[in-house]
Design a protein around this ligand. Structure first.
Ligand code: SF4
Ligand code: SF4
Length: 420
């Protein structure tokens, strides 16, 4: 399908020229710090993009690699005194590369898999391996998990009390296919607050992976479909527990929906929605030493680093300890985890060291992708800490208080190790 909007690299020429090659961004770039290649630094990428723009360099496999190994963490933008809008430029460069030379083999394979829900579902068995359920740090309960997932995908509403209102939950691919336990926990928490929770029919991938691959036409198509599914709902809010989905709705949808004239949709990250509400719940203490990892797309992307901490710290009993560099990228990088697993793992090793140094038994984060990545990094480091989403900590505190709402919604639950 042809995109009805066009982003061209040329329109960012002046922004690219703002880069004075000072290198301040390199000191915070996870892909550069992992292998010290200048061409994998933000400054190096900017030079390559400018060379392609000036016709001095062709779109090659190496050029694609340098674009694809950017995790999209946005740390360079925060560090850049010249205000170079790196994310926007690299997105335009990816789209220009696809327009000029096609998607490339790896991107083509990933894109093909993403377009096949059955294949994605069949890959779900990998998740317990990635989250090392077998080691007991994050234990998945299998009973009813498939049934719950099916209900989510069919858009069936859960039987919440609904006294306070109605919320639509946007699960996104990572929760739908790989970590339904996060969706289940979000549902339990929202129901405990008095909201009826629905997962509307017709929801699709938010489009983020396709943007990462430079496939703007596919992202626009998905944005249209999601807007159609969400814009006519009679709900108090649409919430997601995936930081990347949330950022995509907020930052990318205004442009993705413009060509079709669709109404914009307002989607809140679940931390935003829960902020100030959790204290009203009857929670029992969760006695654990807890550290927090800032997902790039939640902290830098949506400015919710403090709010997420506030929500987490409203759970009684936890001993909160900050890790070193909590906002440093974990290395997941969405599609990059698949296309460049070795680089992704190297970046993850630093995160595992920072977690281990806290001696926390529980790592909490706000993104399913980060959760998978950090759990995998900890497994390789031999660190026995559980990795969960914030809603799973709240769910555990509810369960302790006998309000876990397991009932018919209680499927695919996770147990959080507690230090009694
Ligand atoms: S910090 Fe900004 S100006 Fe300096 S090299 Fe990086 S992108 Fe260029
Ligand atoms: S977004 Fe992150 S990974 Fe990409 S160039 Fe900037 S700092 Fe490096």
């Amino acid at each position: 399908m042809k995109s009805s909007s066009t982003t061209t690299l040329e329109q960012y020429r002046r922004d690219i020229a703002r880069c004075v090659r000072c290198g301040a961004c390199s000191t915070v770039c996870p892909s550069f710090l992992a292998d010290r290649r200048e061409s994998r630094s933000p400054r190096g990428r900017m030079a390559l993009i400018e060379a392609v723009l000036d016709g001095k360099l062709r779109v090659s496999d190496v050029y694609r690699d340098r674009l694809a190994t950017c995790t999209g963490c946005m740390a360079c933008e925060s560090a850049c005194a010249s205000g170079v809008p790196f994310s926007t430029i690299i997105q335009a460069a990816k789209e220009q590369a696809v327009q000029e030379a096609g998607p490339g083999i790896i991107a083509g394979l990933v894109s093909a898999a993403l377009k096949r829900p059955l294949l994605m579902r069949s890959l779900a068995w990998l998740t317990p391996v990635a989250l090392h359920y077998g080691k007991g740090s994050v234990r998945g309960r299998k009973t009813g998990q498939g049934e719950k997932r099916k209900r989510q995908q069919q858009g069936t509403g859960t039987k919440g009390r609904g006294a306070r209102g109605k919320v639509a939950f946007f699960p996104g691919c990572a929760v739908s296919y790989f970590q339904p336990d996060i969706g289940d926990a979000a549902t339990v928490v929202l129901e405990a607050l008095g909201y009826e929770v629905i997962v509307p029919d017709g929801l699709k991938c938010c489009g983020r992976p396709y943007l990462s691959l430079g496939d703007r036409a596919a992202a626009e198509d998905l944005a249209r479909k999601n807007a159609d599914a969400l814009s006519t709902l009679d709900v108090d809010a649409v919430v997601t527990a995936c930081a990347s989905c949330g950022l995509t709705f907020k930052k990318e949808y205004p442009a993705l929906l413009t060509p079709s004239g669709r109404e914009q949709v307002r989607v809140l990250d679940i931390h935003e929605f829960l902020n100030g509400k959790v204290a009203g719940l009857d929670l029992q203490p969760v006695k654990a030493r807890v550290t927090w990892h800032d997902p790039c797309h939640l902290g830098r992307g949506q400015g919710l680093a403090q709010i997420a901490r506030d929500v987490l710290r409203s759970v009684p009993g936890i001993e909160f300890v900050e890790m070193k560099d909590p906002a440093q990228c974990c290395g997941f990088g969405g599609v990059m985890r698949v296309s460049h697993p070795s680089l992704s793992s190297t970046i993850g090793e630093k995160k595992a060291r920072d977690v281990s140094a806290t001696q926390a038994s529980l790592v909490v984060t706000g993104c399913p992708g980060c959760r998978m990545q950090i759990a995998d990094a900890l497994r390789h480091a031999g660190t026995e800490a559980s990795v969960v989403h914030t809603v799973q900590v709240i769910e555990a505190a509810l369960r302790e208080a006998g309000q876990g709402g397991r009932g018919d919604a209680g499927t695919g639950r996770q147990e959080i190790d507690r230090e009694e």
